[in-house]
Ligand binder design. Sequence first.
Ligand code: HEC
Ligand code: HEC
Length: 290
Amino acid sequence: MMNYAMGLAAVLSAAFGLAAPLYAASQPETVAPISINDAEIELATEAEAPAHLDGALPKIWSGWLFRDATTQSMQMDDFENPAMVFVDQGLDLWDQPDGAEGKSCADCHGSIDDSMKGVRAAMPKMSEDGTDLWSLENFVNNCRTTRMGAEAWGWSSAPMESMTLAISMASRGMPVDVAIDGPAQSWWDKGKEIYYSRYGQLQLSCANCHEDHYGDWIRADHLSQGQISGFPVYRLNGAGVVSIHERFFGCVRDTRAEPFAQGSPEFRALELYVSSRGMGLPVEGASVRH
Ligand code: HEC
Ligand code: HEC
């Protein structure tokens, strides 16, 4: 990690020494859909940029397009997809009673496919009482603590990641569609501010990499637009499931800044803003990244 960080810093100080990007961000060579299980499921990888981006991106593209052919192919067959093991664990947890009330998720919600359809596509959103912005993890833990008498799961713990993956599968193919107006508006404004703020010793914002330089290479990394329509993802590099906030944490840390905590108001606001940059891209359900 240290070597990686130092190498990254060296490349970045060369590549980002100027206020303006050295290269125009470059679009993917092809925008083929992700064709899964011999075309049983087709997920679009390109969508029109939403109006609220004010022209910041010409089109929006799935992170899948920026990965190598080997990584891409793993997401094209559910039997090859290493994330599916964790989806199955999430499905088991869904049926398993836990906590003082002796209830399982299924006892109240019934089938995950029906009851959780579209839920991931609309996250994050306002809490049940409308006073806070909640990520999917908050909704899951709210049911565990207030309705099951069970302990909250850690934000990026194994059971939480398996559960959020299984819930995301119920939205596979549905376009990301988050509310950014009404009570969510001030969260969205805050998220946008964070997205364009420069952090750390390297003084880089999310936009410096994912808006100004997608399509370019940082060492072995082909930069994407940093969309979260594929999350939670299975990462080959680390061999495990990675949540949205875990990925944000890693990206901020790479600028040599002190990241916000996973689950913090800052990262939930950022999640809403980044989700909104991907409105129209389909939820991938269980995606694979390097
Ligand atoms: C005692 C009944 C009960 C149990 C057990 C329960 N829930 Fe819930 N859950 C609810 C109710 C009621 C709501 C709020 C109304 C709704 O959205 O259905 C809710 C809401 C949710 C939401 C937000 C849905 C949305 O559209 O906003 C998620 C996600 C969720 N539950 C996941 C879970 C998971 C995962 C478990 C198991 C770990 C679980 N719930 C266990 C009753 C329950
Ligand atoms: C120094 C450049 C850099 C900065 C700054 C940066 N990232 Fe990243 N980010 C990367 C690289 C490299 C990857 C891995 C390749 C890719 O998917 O773009 C990545 C991946 C991601 C991904 C995963 C995309 C996918 O499809 O799997 C997300 C989401 C993301 N970044 C969000 C952010 C956010 C939000 C910020 C600001 C807090 C940020 N990044 C700041 C370099 C950066």
